[in-house]
Design a protein around this ligand. Structure first.
Ligand code: MN3
Length: 257
């Protein structure tokens, strides 16, 4: 429960607030004509973190998404891969400006330089997987409802057409990465992909910034045990376990705060 509260309230409210202030900071830097050589200004966080990052518990059994996502994949993916990102992140932030930043504050501020690389990869890994576990549900599948459903119809034509585009994006990721459905700054929905553990909240990193509504992990570790090289089959199965209720709440928060 603690994790869900964190993600849904403070965390997402924090996103809106921090995104605005950081965007403003970027804007004033840009209009101020700062030279390219100037060190990036990293806004301080609103709150300081006092405990290490921890692996969140799953809200369901590792076998609960069968047959679409198998138990062993979930165990290895959550208990080992995600734990690895958490451990590496705790290690990477030590003695850096990010040492006591909350996860969102790191994600939204991280840069593209070599010095930020380990933090970027592991903060992204921790954020993306925490988000992914909540994007999935044993009671998932079906179709979106409410305002999100209307927005998907308006943007993509229909839920089936959205699925086509989202699947194409997920298949197109070369190597490891993610496909996302996001709300942009203009409040419109868009589909995008990110390599490795980048995500659309990384303002300085991604081609298109936005607030994720759903995301699919297309690293081979997410599907290889069950689907081997057949990534398209895994993507098809994903729609049977997408938590559209959670997605609808994320959408409303992104749209209306
Ligand atoms: Mn993964």
């Amino acid at each position: 429960m603690e994790k869900r509260t964190f993600l849904k309230t403070g965390f997402f409210l924090g996103i809106a607030a921090a995104t605005t202030s950081f965007l403003d900071a970027c804007k004033s830097t840009a209009t101020g004509g700062a030279s390219d050589a100037a060190a990036p200004v990293i806004p301080p966080p609103k709150l300081r973190r006092t405990t290490p990052f921890e692996l969140p518990k799953l809200a369901y059994e590792t076998s609960a998404l069968e047959p679409h996502i198998d138990k062993m994949t979930m165990e290895i993916h959550h208990d080992r891969h995600h734990q690895g990102y958490v451990n590496n992140l705790n290690d990477a932030v030590k003695n850096t400006v990010y040492a006591d930043y909350e996860l969102y504050d790191i994600i939204s501020r991280i840069g593209t330089g070599d010095a930020d690389k380990k933090i970027r990869n592991n903060a992204g890994g921790h954020w993306n997987h925490t988000f992914f576990w909540e994007t999935l549900s044993p009671g998932g599948g079906g179709a979106p409802s409410g305002q999100l459903a209307s927005a998907i119809d308006a943007q993509f034509g229909s839920y089936d057409k959205f699925k086509e585009q989202f699947s194409t994006a997920a298949k197109s990721v070369f190597g490891s990465g993610w496909a996302w459905l996001c709300v942009g700054k203009d409040k419109g929905l868009f589909i995008t992909t990110t390599p490795n553990q980048d995500n659309p909240l990384m303002l300085s990193v991604v081609k298109q910034n936005g607030t994720p509504i759903i995301g699919i992990d297309v690293w081979e570790h997410a599907y290889y045990l069950k689907y081997q090289n057949k990534r398209p089959d895994y993507i098809t199965a994903f729609y049977n376990v997408v938590n559209w209720k959670e997605a609808a709440m994320r959408y409303e928060k992104a749209m209306f705060g």
